[in-house]
Design a protein around this ligand. Structure first.
Ligand SMILES: Cc1cc2nc3c(=O)[nH]c(=O)nc-3n(C[C@H](O)[C@H](O)[C@H](O)COP(=O)(O)O)c2cc1C
Length: 218
């Protein structure tokens, strides 16, 4: 993509970004299609990750692209173990609802992406007081991919019900790497208009006035 030094955006372009943000969804295995993702589309998504902000421009990320069904199966086993444990933490009706939810799309998605935080040995500019900033930078990269994928009509689902050490073992990841996100990409039969968990009444959407505090907490 060509970069212009003094690029400004029109209101139509701003609205387009708003549309992409509003229509982004977490996509799970109940919606993924088997249609392969072209390499060029995956490159566009990865370039969006590499364009993300990072503390001290540290770019503390690495991405493992997984297409092999056996590898996915090994990761799915960790999900199955973790989700069985997780279900016991919810009570009564919530537990029943939890069990019925589809909370991943590891096997159904043609491309899984494990995203790692790769800490530096020495001090990082901007990360000297708040040590988690490197990890937050990796999350910025993930959000960029989520939005770019959506603009390509490709769904992305974030799977966090996993034992990160098991995933590292499956992927032969170096000991210092930390798993930040395990993502599933794929075309979908549809994108929901609202979060699936809202649709299924797991929780309701918070309003701006509930979460924005003017000046100070009282
Ligand atoms: C850090 C993070 C971890 C998540 N982990 C999971 C997960 O393990 N399984 C799942 O089904 N969804 C997961 N999600 C997706 C959320 O459930 C989803 O973003 C939320 O319900 C709002 O829906 P939306 O993304 O479609 O707007 C995760 C999202 C984030 C940001």
């Amino acid at each position: 993509m060509k970069k212009h030094p003094q690029r400004t955006f029109t209101s139509e372009e701003q609205q387009l970004l708003e549309e992409i943000i509003v229509h982004r969804r977490d996509v799970r295995g109940n919606r993924f299609l088997t249609t392969p993702i072209p390499e060029s589309a995956m490159d566009t998504i990865l370039q969006a990750a590499l364009a993300a902000p990072s503390v001290g421009f540290s770019q503390p990320w690495e991405f493992v692209m997984i297409k092999d069904q056996e590898t996915k199966q090994a990761v799915k086993e960790s999900f199955s173990e973790e989700t069985a444990n997780a279900a016991t933490l919810f009570e009564d009706q919530k537990q029943k609802e939890y069990i019925q939810l589809k909370l991943e799309g590891i096997l159904e998605s043609p491309i899984n992406l494990a995203v790692f935080y790769t800490p530096k040995a020495g001090p990082v500019l901007g990360q000297t007081s708040m040590p988690n900033m490197g990890k937050y930078s990796v999350v910025c990269a993930i959000q960029n991919m989520w939005l770019m994928a959506r603009s390509l009509n490709i769904g992305m689902g974030w799977v966090s019900i996993l034992d990160p050490e098991k995933v590292k073992e499956v992927l032969n990841a170096p000991p210092t790497h930390q798993l930040i996100g395990y993502l599933c990409f794929g075309y979908t039969d549809m994108f929901y208009n609202q979060p699936e968990l809202e649709l299924r009444k797991w929780d309701r959407k918070k309003l701006q006035k509930e979460v924005v505090i003017q000046e100070k907490y009282r």
